[in-house]
Design a protein around this ligand. Structure first.
Ligand code: GDD
Length: 396
């Protein structure tokens, strides 16, 4: 992959937030034969480097009741050497959708001979394993694992660590274009290759999120609401630094990856607030505002890269209500952060009220948090999970 290096960087404590980088070639060839095209500002990440990183990476696919045809397409876009992990929260009644997903996955794996893992989010054995390692943060009031995309991603991260992976990436299961999924994974590896710290996050910025209507396809950029999430995150930074910024372009990006070394240090927010809160928590923990807990991370620094795709993002549209829920969750995670300036809180509230999402007198919801998994005894977790599970399947 050939891409440019970041043009500018906002530094917030030990966190370097890089501006959006552009991809010039999806495939820049085998090794750097042609060094003429290399420069200080353009980098080629050759296929050998990408393959090496892919072998160390798990790709987590959270899924809840999506069409199987879409899932099959997504699976075909994931590089062979990545470990695919499906975390499903699909209904098991009246039709067992998880069983259908597993059958489709099994069939796919038979032909591709691919290493992969599938689990159901509500597996009671998974809950027992979490209980055994003293990690109740995923449980609802009845002691069962909650619904939520963030919860699914968290389980995927734990399984990535359990399977010995160094990097963990996420792609949604409702993508119509397998080639785009493949590009996301190449972007993940290229970002990691460019990074100069073991604490890395790479976020995908979609070039277009097209809208299809009777009059044709419109290649629009980000939706207005995603723009607002970015604006709020940028304002959060500006209130601290005193300088306005537009650096954040990927506040809602479901497609992103991290080194497990960074992933295990973060606190996560439930459901659809997970993506914006990752940025908030990075700044809360490593922004130099509170005394640092992790000296090595502070010394080596955290890098956040944002890389713009060449493929447009075509995915399943879920309707207005879903969008409202998603953004009140995401904005709520910014609102309740200790980094959120009181003026920004007012702006957030006003926006939610004007969209009819929030009552004037109320505050956006504060969703449950999931603490860092660095201290979870992963060997004990694995042992209990394998003994107690009724859904985990590992395809070797
Ligand atoms: N395991 C699991 N558990 N997966 C879930 C759950 C859950 O409770 N809820 C949703 N998913 C899966 C969906 O099946 C899909 O693969 C993915 O999570 C994203 O959910 P969607 O419902 O399709 O969300 P979206 O497409 O509207 O929003 C996506 O893009 C946003 C940015 O535009 C998500 O990735 C958001 O997180 C993101 O902010």
């Amino acid at each position: 992959m050939k891409l440019d290096v970041p043009r500018f960087t906002e530094r917030f404590g030990s966190v370097s937030l890089h501006g959006v980088q552009r991809v010039y070639e999806l495939d820049s060839g085998h090794k750097n034969k042609n060094t003429k095209t290399e420069s200080e500002v353009i980098r080629s990440i050759d296929d050998e480097i990408i393959s090496k990183i892919e072998a160390e990476m798990a790709i987590v696919i959270p899924i809840k009741g999506e069409r199987l045809k879409l899932l099959e397409g997504v699976l075909s876009g994931i590089p062979h050497d990545c470990l695919t992990i499906i975390v499903s929260n699909s209904p098991r009644e009246p039709i067992d959708r998880y069983k259908l997903e597993k059958q489709a996955f099994e069939q796919f794996n038979r032909f591709t001979e691919k290493k992969s893992v599938i689990i159901h989010q509500k597996d009671p054995g998974l809950a027992k394993a979490l209980e055994a390692v003293d990690y109740p943060d995923l449980f609802d009031s009845e002691g069962k694992i909650r619904n939520g995309k963030g919860e699914g991603m968290f389980i995927g991260m734990l399984l990535s660590k359990m399977m010995g992976k160094k990097y963990v990436g996420f792609v949604d299961s409702d993508n119509y274009v397998p080639g785009a999924v493949n590009e996301y994974t190449k972007i993940f590896s290229s970002g990691i290759a460019l990074s100069s710290t073991p604490y890395t996050m790479v976020r995908v910025s979609w070039i277009y999120k097209p809208k299809i209507s009777e009059s044709g396809v419109r290649f629009s950029k980000l939706g207005r609401v995603s723009e607002m999430t970015n604006q709020f995150l940028n304002l959060m930074i500006s209130y601290y630094t005193g300088f306005e910024t537009e650096v954040i372009r990927t506040g809602n990006s479901g497609e992103h990856c991290m080194s497990v070394q960074l992933a295990e240090l973060l606190t996560y927010s439930s459901g659809f607030s997970i993506e914006p809160y990752e940025i908030v928590n990075l700044l809360e923990q490593f922004g130099g505002i509170t005394p640092p807990e992790h000296k090595d991370t502070m010394e080596k620094g955290v890098e956040v890269m944002q890389i713009e795709t060449r493929n447009p993002h075509f995915h399943e549209e879920k309707g207005d209500l879903h969008i409202k829920e998603m953004f009140s969750q995401g904005w709520g995670s910014i609102f309740h952060s200790k980094l959120c300036h009181p003026e920004l809180r007012e702006k957030l509230k006003a926006e939610l009220v004007s969209r009819g999402i929030l009552d004037k007198v109320k505050e956006p919801p504060q969703l449950p948090k999931m603490r860092p998994f660095i201290d979870i005894d992963i060997l004990k977790f694995e042992k209990i999970l394998k003994e107690q599970t009724n859904s985990l399947t590992i395809f070797e």
